[in-house]
Write a protein that binds this ligand. Sequence first.
Ligand SMILES: CC(=O)SCCNC(=O)CCNC(=O)[C@H](O)C(C)(C)COP(=O)(O)OP(=O)(O)OC[C@H]1O[C@@H](n2cnc3c(N)ncnc32)[C@H](O)[C@@H]1OP(=O)(O)O
Length: 184
Amino acid sequence: MLLDETPLFEPSLLQELDWSGNTASFSPPVSPSSPGEGLVLRPLCMADFNRGFFKVLSELTKTGDVTPELFTKKFEHMKTTGDYYVLVVEDTHLGQIVATATLITEHKFIHSCAKRGRVEEVVVSDFCRGKQLGKWLVSTLLLLGKKLNCYKITLECAPRNVAFYKKFGYTASDDSYMQCRFFD
Ligand SMILES: CC(=O)SCCNC(=O)CCNC(=O)[C@H](O)C(C)(C)COP(=O)(O)OP(=O)(O)OC[C@H]1O[C@@H](n2cnc3c(N)ncnc32)[C@H](O)[C@@H]1OP(=O)(O)O
């Protein structure tokens, strides 16, 4: 099975982000032009299946047993819809994915047929935490959501992560988060 370097979405979208709109501060400094030795932030590509993408995801939740065939099918579906922006940080020295975060755009009739953004699956490999990578990913998704004309971006997180997301201007709402769970 060919797991190639085709990106999930157009990489130029990331290069064109307006970082003057970024509100989070980075210490030590992290920026797209100076992300840290050997680190690259880019769209997910199929070959990341063999670079430990699922290992990183498994630090967040159960990933299940995903074969290359299943992954490819899902990747192609996501690419076709054009609404999935899965970012990865690759440590090019290790040839491994060390962090990931996703923005999904949801289409609405309300708000003049607007789009809403959802941030999902933000996770940094245990050994890379505390190096500003989480902040870099979440800031990038916020700017990307703005660029894609989302009228708002939402996320759900555990209480222990609320302080992390407040750094970017996310506020907790009084709305109840409800779900019907069909399986884990
Ligand atoms: C929508 C969702 O996906 S929610 C799921 C979130 N993911 C998880 O819970 C998976 C396990 N956790 C992780 O992967 C990471 O700890 C993350 C993604 C929460 C943070 O990533 P990191 O790369 O470690 O954080 P980073 O180094 O960018 O830290 C940024 C700042 O937030 C702070 N911070 C990090 N984690 C937390 C937290 N859980 N709560 C409060 N502050 C935090 C850091 O101290 C740092 O502070 P600074 O602004 O003074 O520098």
